[in-house]
Design a protein around this ligand. Structure first.
Ligand code: SAH
Length: 404
């Protein structure tokens, strides 16, 4: 009496696999088969457009015939006709080719596990035909690995630096890759923006450096951060530079990348969910909307419009119809609004200001270009905030979106 299936990993590289049926069931199997290098022959009367268009598959547009499994190492019967599936399974049995039957798992000679991949690992789960259970366990394993909750994630990482975009602040809004690398860091250099809640989950052995607390002025501090990254990596550590939003959006991430490259330190970049797009989105404001705006311009408010160091042509911006997103602009809302009004932008242009996007105290203020500076003062707008100027800022349907 068998207690279940024998789990094995098949080497299908360059080997013929016959899939009978080209519908959505078959389609879901192809990515993993292709990733394994299988030579896939599909026999289907009515393949989906995606199957038909996939040049990596050999598609025979016809009914299954006895003999189709000739030369196959593995077979799948995925049609919606049990009689055809039974015939495929019978031929497979005769030829001693393992065969999955999608409609009646027990009538086949193999079953497809719920599978996952993580950093060079592959895992599969079978639950005696209970697909929900195997999918749920697969998801749990994938999540635990990504979050570093399973021992494998403690395996040492090669020395180097990863510039990781942490998203706008909610710990749920970092990427899976960012989270995985964070779980393997020896050293974490973090900013005050970004998912600071994740820092509490770092093991006691991890050196945590608060980049905001490094003394010196702005320019010098950045130099010290660069030095620190290079220094720790050259002494054999894996360093995660955890940044708010995306590392390359007003985050000076490229300076850090340059420093690593100059020093010969291996460096990777993990993009992040960036606040000028996600901040409005989380407040229910789309930065684009069909027929309304054909551009988004993201502008740093770090220097005033009349500052000689400004690289922005405010007159040109004032002539645009679309969406303008200002960052780091809380201190100078009046100056930016004035520059746009002086350049001719309509005073009635809607303005939305989103403070602490994604965090528990997220706040949305609404105004228009003529009054937004006053609104910011009256409502005591605080940094970090995103200021959206343009027709999309007047959309209010998004007020009804649920917080995740
Ligand atoms: N690299 C970051 C931006 C860093 S510049 C990114 O891609 O998002 C810092 C500015 O980002 C802040 O002044 C503010 O304008 C914006 N910002 C970052 N996080 C924010 C948040 N949670 N809510 C609102 N604005 C945010």
């Amino acid at each position: 009496m068998s207690e279940g299936h024998y789990l094995a990993g098949l080497d299908l590289n360059g080997r013929k696999v016959v899939v009978v049926g080209g519908g959505s069931v078959a389609q879901r199997r192809f990515p993993a088969l292709l990733a394994a290098g299988a030579r896939i022959e599909v026999i289907a009367v009515d393949p989906t457009p995606a199957v038909e268009a996939d040049t990596r598959l050999t598609v025979h547009r016809r009914a299954y015939r006895d003999g189709d499994l000739d030369g196959a190492w593995y077979a799948m019967a995925c049609t919606d006709d049990p009689v055809v599936n039974a015939a495929v399974a019978a031929e497979a049995q005769r030829r001693r080719v393992f065969c999955v039957r999608s409609d009646q798992a027990r009538s086949g000679t193999a079953v497809t596990p719920a599978t996952g991949r993580f950093d060079g690992l592959q895992f599969g789960v079978l639950a005696g035909g209970d697909h929900r259970r195997s999918a749920a366990v697969r998801a749990a394993i994938a999540q635990a690995l990504a979050e570093g909750g399973l021992p494998d994630a403690d395996a040492p990482h090669a020395p180097g630096v990863a510039l990781v975009g942490g998203g706008p602040g909610d710990p749920d809004l970092i990427t899976v890759r960012g989270r995985r690398l964070l779980a393997r860091a020896d050293v974490v250099v973090a900013d005050h923006l970004g998912p600071s809640a994740l820092l509490g989950q770092l093991g006691p052995q991890v050196e945590l450096i608060d980049a905001a607390k490094i003394p010196y002025g702005r320019a010098m501090r950045q130099e010290k951060i660069n030095e620190l990254l290079v220094d720790r990596a050259t002494s054999g550590k894996f360093v995660v530079r955890l940044k708010g939003g995306d590392p390359f959006v007003f985050g000076r991430g490229f300076e850090e990348l340059q420093a690593c490259v100059d020093a010969g330190v291996p460096v990777t970049m993990v993009p992040g969910i960036t606040s000028p797009i996600a901040g409005p989105g989380l407040a229910g404001i789309p930065v684009t909307h069909r027929g309304v705006t054909h551009e988004i311009v993201i502008v740093s408010g770090h220097v005033a419009p009349d500052d000689p160091a400004s690289l922005t042509d405010w007159d040109a911006l004032a002539k645009l119809q679309g969406t303008l997103v200002l960052m780091m602009a809380v201190q100078r809302v009046d100056a930016f609004a004035r520059a746009l009004l002086d350049g001719g932008r309509d005073p009635a242009t809607p303005v939305a200001m989103i403070e602490n996007a994604s965090l528990g105290d997220q706040r949305l203020l609404r105004s228009d270009l003529a009054h937004c500076a006053q609104t910011a003062v009256d409502e005591e707008l605080r940094s970090p905030a995103i200021i959206v100027i343009g027709p999309v800022a007047g959309f209010t349907e998004g007020d009804k979106v649920q917080r995740a």
